[in-house]
Write a new protein. Sequence first.
Length: 220
Amino acid sequence: MQARRAARELALILFSQFEKEISKYTKKDFEEIMVKSVRILSNSASEELKLTVGSLIDIKDMLETYEADHESNISRPMGAKNKPVQIPMTDEMISKVDTMLDVAEKAIMALEIAEFTTLENQSEVKNYAVTIAEQFKNNQKAIDAEIQKYANGWDISRLVKMDKDILRIAITELLYSKDAPIKVIVDEAVELAKKYSTEDSSSFVNGILAKVIVENGLKG
């Protein structure tokens, strides 16, 4: 995982932890919340991996039961090793495997973010996430006004919080950081929406960011 991608994920978790007006937070507050966020990530990854192990055990039990109950094995002598058998229906297994892959991917990413943040030579992750938070703090009204302007009649207070936070991070980068390629910022905001928010969130986020880019004459 690239450092900036990890920083955006961490910033999203940081934003989700805010419990008061952003203007009341200091840089030290952001850093303390960051530590809390990394702890949340690590614990979440641990729980996700436990779920993956449980799913693997379920699949193994299902396969062993299917094999033992197959007509080619059911009449075999007690204690005899079962013969391998073909599996005629794969959809249930594929669904279980897909679930495990999704869980494992999220767990691995969470652990990578935690590692990036705690390693001394990867302080760029923590620093960039804190920079995003500070820049948003200093420009919240203007950033929220951009979201409100292009939200197609939606009151910003009624937007899905995850979508709002993803947009806040991306617009902060687009208008105030200007330290990453526009396409990268947009693509990763869309991926965060797909990963963490609702089914329609990715297109919603992409649409608003496209308007922000055009209306502000951003290039690069």
